[in-house]
Design a protein around this ligand. Sequence first.
Ligand code: SF4
Ligand code: SF4
Length: 302
Amino acid sequence: MSEQGIVTDIQRGSLRDGPGIRTTIFLKGCPLRCLWCHNPEAISPRPQLFFTEDRCVRCGACAWACPKDVHQVRSGSHEIDFGKCDSCALCVDECNSNGLRIVGKAMDVDAIMAEVMADMDFYLNSGGGVTLSGGEPLFQHSFSLEILRRSQQAHIHTCVETSGFVAPAKFEAVLPAVDLLLFDYKATTDEDHRSFTGVSNQQILVNLDAAYQLGKAIILRCPIIPGLNDTTDHFRGIRALDQKYPRLRGIELMPYHDFGNSKRPSIGLAETPLDLRVPGETEPNRWLEALAELGCAKVRIG
Ligand code: SF4
Ligand code: SF4
């Protein structure tokens, strides 16, 4: 039997996760806690209950089905004690309104590859391939590695979207199976990185350097969050990496969006403590201009 892992979603026909038409596999589990996380349901490595309040008609079927007393449904209210849930899905099966689902399911590499191979013609015609995303895909290291190796054996282009926060030995072990890295760059100083994501950037920078020195194709992906890291100092940090690593394939600015915040209550997380602002329509162009003034030309909006 092939290696098994926990998958949040598989998106076929993706145009945003690397070159050409791609199949993007979202893996569960992430060691970072980015304040702006847009996939909070991918943080926990385990399957978990997801509640869509708009769909709930307060019928109470879930409360009857649940052996753990997780749901309290009264007229006009539905409270969920997520901490008691073991993701058995008995309540999901009883909900006729699609108000409940389990995010994350166990799949083996054979099943993943069957989905990946189904779009082979699209990859060949568009220069596309397979992308691992998350969460942090390298959190499930051996599972990711097997998907990447099997894809390369089938002559499919491989891409990994990573925070770079992984033990250097594990990171280097995966590099031969990666054709293109989409490597996050979230903050320039270690202090900011710790405060925005909960972890240091030291190991991340070591991994970025190792990938570059090994000649890997890298696109730097920079989430830009107004009020947090849309600063001249951070833009100078991006420019410094551009100078240090002239063979970078590109630098993409990823403007903040707030989809993630609305999902947090659905999995029992409190809303983020910061009231983060979505950038205005013209703001990303001003970031591009600021970077151009600093001499950073290969940057674009991702
Ligand atoms: S079964 Fe579905 S619709 Fe009924 S109370 Fe539970 S979540 Fe709401
Ligand atoms: S998934 Fe299982 S334990 Fe969790 S709320 Fe539903 S029935 Fe209860």
